[in-house]
Every structure is written in structure tokens, then in C-alpha cells.
Design a protein around this ligand. Structure first.
Ligand SMILES: [Zn+2]
Length: 374
């Protein structure tokens, strides 16, 4: 096991110490090594030292056998380790109770952390989040300029839709977790294979007629939708959205999606997320488990929206630019993948259409023309 610096190595040892309920102590420590031992009489030892100047750190000696009893007062439960542990929880629920946090570490690690210490942990997590968010929002304009200058694929999206896709657009808004308290608005098209085709997305402060109007107006102008003649839109029953569509695309057909009405998936999402936040069991298998969860989470159409929104769990804590960039890259990769799929078609029309054609031809063979008698 290797670490990029001594700080990271110490954090991992702290986690180990907390999870294993052993009271490790630092036996020797300088700028190139740290050695941990357990209580007197316990054979545990762990030495971590620098591989080569500037080349990171490695475990050099490790004896993991313990003969000591469970430790209740663990000095490795440092403020730093606790901050790291609670970062996502506090981010997703800044109003979480200090006593609830204390109960979590008590239940899971038999650790008794004082109220004042836990309160400090929570305050520091919030302060650091504040700092990074404010900083990041200030950089948004720069990010937008960067995208405009380099135009990475935005024209490809809209040209693709205009050239080959049916005049159908699904619209949805979904709550963002964490401190943004924002909404991600998304417009999706659909290709002949019923794959979803992301057209546009934006982060707004909330879902209102004002924000939807802004979003739909930009989309209308960009895709050349004019008054919406021949276009079908599908969405949930958002008031703001209906008003905006009526004003901006008066001739479009607007359908409501029953699935949207029945399922408020952002709630169940947060449940899954929370339950899965326990890093120690999740360390190695997190992503696979997470993917399985996604698969089992219902229907194809919901899956599509989530696919787009999904970015790896380790990025949840990352601020807005990181999120937007993740989405953009994900969309580009998806288009590339669908293009590759399309190249493998063996017939002139897509497999989905061909299946339908063969099905109907079968049915037609069983049909007889009956003349009307009179
Ligand atoms: Zn021990």
C-alpha cells in the first residue's frame, strides 16, 4: 500500500485504528517516516516511510496481530479524521444534529466523542465547505468562457438532434444534493434505439417559471424550434414549466410523464446515498455496489435521467464546476459510445425498427382480407 504523502498515510492509519477499535500510538515520527505501536505488550507494529525522495510513502513493516482489548478512548479519532469522515454527511444535511453524529461513531466504532469536540468537527466541515463553494461560484464565469472559447462538442449535440432525431424533448428538473440547494434542469432527446440523448442542462437556484423560461428560450433559439410546431415535449407537472412552454412554444404538444408524477426519486436517492456512506466497508466495492443499486432502481426512463446525473460518488463532495465538467464529459463519452454502437448495425435501419418491422410482418401473415358483403 502506498500513499502520496505522510498526511494521507496518517489519516488511513487513523481510520484503521478507529475501525479496528485499537488505541494506536505514534512511536516514532519525523519528516520521512512514522511508526505506530499499540498498547504495551501488544505485538502490533506499522512503519511507514518515504520510498525515495519525492516518490511517496509505503508501508515498510506491518504486524497486524493484536492481543489487546477493545479500546474505548481512541486518540486516533482525531479531529481531522472525524472531519473527513463526516464531510459528506454534513454537506448533504448541514442541519444534522451533533448528538446524532456522536451516536453514529458510538454505534459503529464504540467511540465516545465529547459534544464539544463533535460540535467543533461539524463547524470546521461547514467552514471549509463554505470556503470552497464561494470560491467555486466565483470561478463559474471563467469556466463558461473557457467552454465558449473551446466549444467542446456543443454544436455536435444540437446538429445531431436536428439532423437525425425525432422532434421529441423530455424536460426535467432535479434537486442537487449538498450545499448548492440548486436544481439541475435537463433537456433530453431520444434516438431511434430509444437511447436518451442529452441536449442541454443547467444549474438554477430553483425551478420556477422564470428559470424554465430562461432555459427553454435558450434551447428554443439554439435548436431553431420557432413556435414549437411539430414538436412534442414531455415533462412532469411542474407549474413553472407548463407556463414557460405555453408562452415560448405555444404550438408544441405537451405531455405529462406519469412516472414523474408517481415517483419522487430524489428522496429515495438520498436514502440510498446516506446508507452507503460508510467508508470502511465500502472502500473496495463502492462503485460496483453503487452501479447495482442504480440498475435495480426502476424503469428505463428514470434510469436515463439518473445516468446523466450520475457522477461517481467520490465527486459528490466536489463543487459546481467539477460537477458540470463531469456531466459534460459523461455526455461526450455517451455520444461516442452510441456512435460506435450505430456503426455495428448490419441493416440500413436501426435494430429496434427492424425488430418492429419483423414483428408486424409476422402478424400481417396471419391476417386475412375479408371483403365487405354488401
Ligand atoms: Zn493492539
Amino acid at each position: 500500500m502506498s500513499f502520496k504523502n505522510l498526511e494521507e498515510a496518517k489519516r488511513v492509519v487513523s481510520y484503521y485504528s478507529i475501525a479496528r477499535k485499537v488505541a494506536l500510538r505514534v512511536d516514532k515520527s519525523d519528516s520521512v517516516r512514522v511508526r505506530y505501536k499499540c498498547i504495551v505488550g501488544c505485538p502490533f507494529v506499522c512503519l511507514i516511510s518515504e520510498v525515495k525522495k519525492g516518490k511517496g510513502f509505503e508501508i515498510k513493516t506491518l504486524q497486524t496481530k493484536h492481543i489487546c482489548p477493545e479500546a474505548f478512548n481512541n486518540r486516533r479519532a482525531t479531529q481531522q479524521a472525524l472531519e473527513h469522515y463526516f464531510k459528506k454527511k454534513v454537506q448533504n444535511d448541514p442541519k444534522c444534529k451533533v448528538n446524532e453524529m456522536r451516536k453514529i461513531v458510538d454505534d459503529n466504532f464504540k467511540l465516545n466523542i465529547s459534544y464539544s469536540k463533535m460540535k467543533r468537527v461539524k463547524r470546521l466541515v461547514l467552514e471549509k465547505l463554505d470556503g470552497s463553494y464561494v470560491d467555486d461560484f466565483n470561478k463559474l464565469e471563467g469556466y463558461a468562457q473557457e467552454l465558449r472559447d473551446n466549444n467542446p462538442g456543443t454544436d455536435a449535440l444540437k446538429n445531431g438532434w436536428r439532423a437525425g432525431l425525432r422532434p421529441f424533448i423530455g424536460l426535467d428538473g432535479t434537486f442537487l444534493k449538498g450545499k448548492f440547494k440548486g436544481i439541475l434542469l435537463v433537456a433530453l432527446g431520444q434516438d431511434s434505439m430509444k437511447h436518451f440523448y442529452p441536449l442541454a442542462w443547467a444549474v438554477m437556484d430553483r425551478e420556477t417559471i422564470r428559470t424554465w423560461k430562461w432555459f427553454i428560450e435558450l434551447m428554443r433559439n439554439s435548436l431553431g424550434l420557432a413556435d414549437g410546431e411539430g414538436l412534442t415535449l414531455m415533462s412532469d407537472m411542474q407549474k413553472g414549466l407548463n407556463g414557460a412552454v405555453g408562452d415560448l412554444l405555444p404550438k408544441s404538444q405537451h405531455r405529462w410523464c406519469a412516472r414523474h408524477i408517481e415517483a419522487n426519486w430524489s428522496r429515495s436517492w438520498s436514502g440510498v446515498q446516506m446508507k452507503k456512506m460508510f467508508w470502511w466497508s465500502a472502500w473496495s466495492t463502492y462503485e460496483e455496489e453503487f452501479n447495482d443499486q442504480l440498475k435495480s432502481m426502476g424503469s428505463v426512463s428514470k434510469q436515463a435521467a439518473k445516468d446523466l446525473l450520475w457522477y461517481p460518488p467520490q465527486h459528490w463532495a466536489k463543487p459546481i464546476i467539477k460537477m458540470l465538467e463531469d456531466i459534460r464529459i459523461k455526455v461526450m463519452k455517451r455520444l461516442k459510445q452510441l456512435e460506435e454502437e450505430g456503426k455495428r448495425w448490419t441493416e440500413e435501419y436501426c435494430p429496434y425498427s427492424m425488430d418492429m418491422y419483423y414483428d408486424f410482418r409476422m402478424i400481417a401473415q396471419g391476417c386475412q382480407v375479408v371483403a365487405n358483403e354488401s
